[in-house]
Each structure stands twice: as C-alpha cells, then as structure tokens.
Design a binder for this molecule. Sequence first.
Ligand code: HEC
Length: 90
Amino acid sequence: MKKIVLGTLVLSVAAFASVNLGACKGCHGANFEKKALGKSKIVKDLTKAEVSAALVGYKNGTYGGPMKGVMKGQVAKYSEADLKATGLGK
Ligand code: HEC
C-alpha cells in the first residue's frame, strides 16, 4: 500500500515538472517568434523534430551555437522526455 501511494506521488510530481514555457518567452517572444538575444533561430519556424533535437542536444552538450550555455541552463532541470514533449515547432 505504501508503495502504491509513493508511486502515485512520484508520477504526479513528474507530470507537474513539464516544461514551463512561460519562462522561455522573455527571450523567445510570446509565440516563439523572436530571435532570442538576437542570436537564436526562430523557434516557431523550426519543425517539432528540430525543436526536440535542439533542446535535448543543449541538455547533453551536443547541440548549439555560440550562446548554447544560455540554453543549457534553461533545459538542465527537465528530463529528455519533457523536452521532447513541449509541442513547440510546426
Ligand atoms: C535568457 C534567454 C533565453 C531563455 C530564457 C530561453 N532561451 Fe532558448 N535560446 C536562447 C538563445 C540565445 C539561443 C541560441 C543559443 C545558441 O547559440 O545555440 C536559444 C536557442 C533555443 C532553441 C534552438 C534554436 C536554435 O537557434 O537552434 C530552442 C528550441 C529554444 N531556445 C527553446 C527554448 C525554450 C523551450 C525555453 C524555455 C524552457 C528557452 N529556449 C529559454 C535564449 C533563451
């Protein structure tokens, strides 16, 4: 019984941790229509696959341009599964 309760708790915490896109908008624009800090690609014009690959790559250190350090900090706290499920991109 204890295990079941614990399991449910862990699951709900995980669901709660989905990516907080509000935190991204200061740089990327309310609809992800801006070049963040004048440098990034326009996220809303990328495909969903490109967005997932970029976010997971920032986390793993395998993707990015000169300002990838900024994004690494943004995505560090999220799991790969969360980063693939943002729904961003076309
Ligand atoms: C402090 C400003 C800032 C915040 C906040 C921020 N970003 Fe970024 N983002 C950038 C910059 C700068 C780049 C380009 C980095 C580089 O050189 O690779 C970037 C790149 C990206 C890219 C890849 C586009 C490309 O240029 O290849 C995606 C996707 C992205 N950000 C999504 C997000 C998401 C989702 C969040 C919120 C969890 C977020 N960003 C928060 C500044 C920010």
